[in-house]
Design a protein around this ligand. Structure first.
Ligand code: NAD
Length: 418
């Protein structure tokens, strides 16, 4: 089954708890706009390269489309539609005045030079700017895109438009209208959600054993915040390897290592010499199935399938990645009484601070980092409490509670706009 149809399967359990019309469901099952275009750039060696690019707006029932841009070889129409659908649900869960959107380019960005990456980013905007806007469709970073890339994109957009409309992109550099606290917002927001769930479950506040799959923006910032708060990060992976430390990693040292060598892999050849890491390596699958309190997938979709789910031993899974647990795996985890904090709640901190950035851009008034964190915490705790109580009142999973809550909010807007 393709990823978009798989994503839509999540609607079914929610419909057992709420009542919506068939015509509304038809609207939700159909993205409002799917735009595919080609990007041409000149490589450093003078050759022309062509890439497939996408921008999908799934729904604008609650506000302008909102969602990141991903640079990855797996990007295609179905993946982008799925990610846009999840953004619709996520923004509704987080109580933000946004719809759902997503974009991407099918590219291995690691194979591009910084100059080629800049050309690709600027060309993405040249190919899609007519669809983008502060009040129509607002991109942000996602996998293999970052604040620097958002800076190039917003610069290109403002040049084309001949006006200063920086709120059209979020996750920008601070000097270009970015918000304090945006860089680690997804990891931080996920941590606030986890703390709230820990309290409801009666779990100890500190000392948990945690494994993190994916050590990029989201995984690394979550790891740092959790370690600073007294938890032990015993396993970490990136696309190259998985590493283990029984006593828990010094996260700043791992971040520095990854920044220096660009990989967690044990032996790296760089600058004419080999560098060795003291970390012992484990299999990727072992990280997912080891004895843990919290397992944090923060990389790709579908990383926890039914085969892996059978062997997961963690008490709680915090879905910082989008769609890391397949629907079949979800059922197995539920039978094993493993609590899954769904992506549409767990990773909504990023879009929440994007919203705060957009508000600051629109008003021209900027908050301190402390103020941003306070607003983020307040929104994440409130969203988590609503979902938790729904799940208890309806005896359903947190994912079903999140989808039911989101669909109820979307349905209300749909009925009122009819
Ligand atoms: P990133 O590009 O900064 O990092 C991705 C990390 O995952 C890298 O360390 C990469 O090596 C690793 N990785 C890739 N494949 C892997 C594999 N098979 N096994 C282990 N590690 C692997 O991306 P990011 O921004 O941190 O996003 C990570 C996830 O979080 C994605 O699913 C993204 O959609 C989701 N997300 C991101 C944000 C955000 O604000 N950046 C917000 C919400 C959700």
């Amino acid at each position: 089954m393709n990823l978009f149809n798989q994503a839509l399967l999540r609607l079914k359990p929610a419909l057992e708890h709420i009542s919506v019309s068939d015509e509304f469901l038809e609207v939700i099952r159909t993205p409002e706009r799917v735009f595919q275009f080609a990007i041409r750039i000149k490589s450093d060696d003078g050759r022309v390269r062509v890439f497939d690019a996408y921008r999908v707006v799934h729904s604008t029932l609650l506000g302008p489309g909102k969602g990141g841009i991903r640079f990855h070889p797996n990007v295609d129409e179905n993946e982008t539609k799925s990610l846009a659908f999840w953004m619709t649900i996520k923004c509704a869960v987080a109580g933000l005045p946004y719809g759902g959107a997503k974009g991407g380019v099918k590219v291995n960005s690691k194979s591009l030079s910084p100059q080629e990456l800049e050309r690709l980013s600027r060309e993405y905007v040249r190919g899609s700017w007519q669809l983008l806007g502060e009040d129509s469709d607002i991109p942000a970073p996602d996998m293999y895109t970052n604040s620097k890339i958002m800076g190039w994109m917003v610069d290109e957009y403002c040049k084309i438009k001949g006006s200063f409309e920086r709120g059209v992109f979020t996750g920008k550099p601070l000097s270009m209208g970015g918000s304090l606290g945006r860089e680690d917002a997804t990891g931080r927001g996920g941590f606030y959600v986890l703390q709230t769930i820990q309290k409801f479950l009666g779990l100890p506040k500190t000392g948990a054993r945690i494994a993190i799959q994916g050590f990029g923006n989201v995984g690394a910032s979550f790891a740092k915040i959790a370690a600073n708060d007294g938890h032990k990060i015993v396993a970490i992976s990136d696309s190259s390897t998985a590493i283990y430390s029984e006593e828990g990693f010094d996260i700043d040292a791992v971040i520095a290592y990854k920044a220096k060598f660009g990989t967690l892999r044990g032996v790296t050849f760089k600058d004419g010499e080999f560098h060795e890491t003291p970390h012992s390596t484990i299999l990727h699958e072992d990280l997912l199935t080891m004895d843990l309190d919290f397992l944090v997938p923060a990389a790709m979709e579908d990383s926890i399938n039914n085969k892996i789910a059978e062997n997961v031993k963690a008490k709680v899974i915090v879905e910082l990645a989008n769609g890391p647990v397949t629907p079949e795996a979800d059922q197995i985890l539920a039978e094993k009484k493993i609590v899954v904090i769904p992506d549409v709640l767990a990773n909504s901190g990023g879009v929440t601070v994007s919203y705060l950035e957009w508000v600051q851009n629109k008003t021209g008034y900027y908050w301190t980092e402390k103020e941003v964190f306070e607003k983020l915490r307040e929104k994440m705790v409130y969203a988590t409490e609503v979902i938790w109580h729904f799940s208890k009142d309806h005896n359903c999973s947190l994912r079903t509670a999140a989808y039911s809550t989101a669909l109820t909010r979307l349905y209300r807007a749909y009925e009122e706009q009819k």
